[in-house]
Design a protein around this ligand. Structure first.
Ligand code: ADP
Ligand code: MG
Length: 382
């Protein structure tokens, strides 16, 4: 299926935005903390036609049918299904976001949008941000709105929070918009300052292996919402506006004030923030071969303190570690999705085979394994 099978307007351009892998810094974004994601060489592409009316008509290679909404009647409460990720961007542009002025869309023309992607959905690689950001850069260019990457990231988050209804942070959109080849994006989720950090994986003979467990996660519901609530409860009990304001030195006091479960949630966030800072410093001073123990510790913290891992993720991580990975951890929001392992290139096949065998022995669904490279962020491609 192509654009011209569905739409009869002329194509005016193509825009692409990558998915992302979070190298380290999990569940820290909504606590105003630090994250270190990278944009990956898996992306969503939108092919866009210019309409003479004010309709936004959208289709995806993932699903049959065309979803339609008018620029004059974008009601976030009425947006539903996958097309809310597209229509929601137009709505959010018209509304503005924290620190981003509302754009005047009264003169904007309608669009036909065809979506294609090789970012696996629901694997923790943020197919949602890839979709949002490809649409956001396309609309920004075509409607000449003049917003920069950080502003578009906030628009994407606003759309995902208030139009799609998923209470996610700003990390995914920032990675997808600001990523660079062979680099990670070090993001301070409070100031939203972003810094591009050299990874140097290839030069060190390392590769980042993604292990998709195919266990489904549900961001908008259940565990994610409960973890956010625990973090808010912990911050309030400790008298800070967010857990970002606590350091590892504050943990003994937190242990006295909080119940055991809330304390462990808080300890994950506080130590994870420190691990992100340590990873950035280690990358600069010693290179990627030295970050393994930080990745490993992050997994233990998510498994035991934050309790967002599942047996499949634990097995993937343990097997990779046992067969030569420099470090490994689950990545993404948890309750399924993918793990990452930083592996020497010459051990990639052995690690992959061991993981596949371990899953078979455990009676788990066969995982999908693939290598990702840090790639360029959202941009016009044609
Ligand atoms: P992920 O971890 O992949 O971001 P999410 O649940 O946040 O998982 O987002 C996945 C949702 O994004 C899908 O259920 C779908 O609604 C939408 N989506 C992502 N990519 C596409 C696509 N290529 N076509 C249509 N919808 C998509
Ligand atoms: Mg997502």
């Amino acid at each position: 299926m192509t654009f011209t099978d569905i739409f009869d307007t002329d194509v005016v351009g193509r825009w692409a935005a990558p998915g992302r892998v979070n190298l380290i810094g999990e569940h820290t974004d909504y606590n105003d903390g630090f994250v270190l994601p990278l944009a990956i060489d898996r992306q969503t592409t939108v092919t866009v036609g210019r309409r003479s009316d004010r309709l936004l008509r959208v289709a995806s290679s993932f699903e049959d049918g065309v979803q339609e909404a008018s620029l004059d009647a974008l009601d976030p409460a009425a947006l539903a299904g996958w097309s809310a990720y597209v229509h929601g961007i137009a709505w959010a542009l018209g509304e503005g976001a924290r620190g981003v002025p509302a754009s005047d869309l009264s003169g904007a023309f309608g669009l036909d949008v065809f979506v294609e992607s090789d970012v696996p959905v629901g694997a923790g690689l943020s197919s949602s941000a890839a979709l949002e950001c490809s649409v956001a850069v396309a609309m920004n260019d075509l409607w000449e709105l003049g917003l920069d990457g950080p502003a578009l990231a906030k628009i994407g988050q606003r759309s995902e929070n208030d139009a799609v209804g998923a209470p996610t942070g700003i990390m995914d959109q920032s990675a997808s918009l600001l990523g660079r080849v062979d680099s990670a994006v070090f993001l301070d989720c409070r100031s939203l300052d972003a810094e591009v950090i050299d990874l140097g994986f290839a030069a060190a003979g390392l590769e980042l292996l993604v292990i998709d467990t195919h266990v489904e996660h549900a961001h908008a519901t259940g565990g994610y919402v409960a973890r956010r609530a625990s973090c808010e409860r912990g911050a309030e009990a400790l008298g800070v506006s967010s857990l970002r304001d606590l350091g590892v030195d504050d943990l003994p006091r937190a242990a006295e004030v909080l119940d055991d479960e809330t304390f462990r949630r808080v300890r994950h966030v506080v130590t994870e923030n420190q691990r992100v800072l340590d990873t950035v410093r280690t990358l600069r001073l010693e290179g990627p071969g030295a970050i393994g123990s930080l990745l490993d510790a992050s997994h233990v913290s998510m498994r035991d303190d934050f309790e967002i891992s599942v047996p499949e993720l634990d097995l993937a991580v343990a097997t990779a570690q046992a067969t030569g990975a420099v470090g490994a951890r689950m990545t993404g929001g948890g309750f399924g999705g993918a793990a990452i392992a930083l592996v020497p290139t010459d051990l990639r096949e052995a690690v992959s085979a061991a993981v596949v065998r371990a899953f078979a022995d455990a009676g788990f669904t066969a995982p999908t394994l693939f290598v990702v490279h840090a790639a360029e962020g959202a941009r016009r491609t044609a």
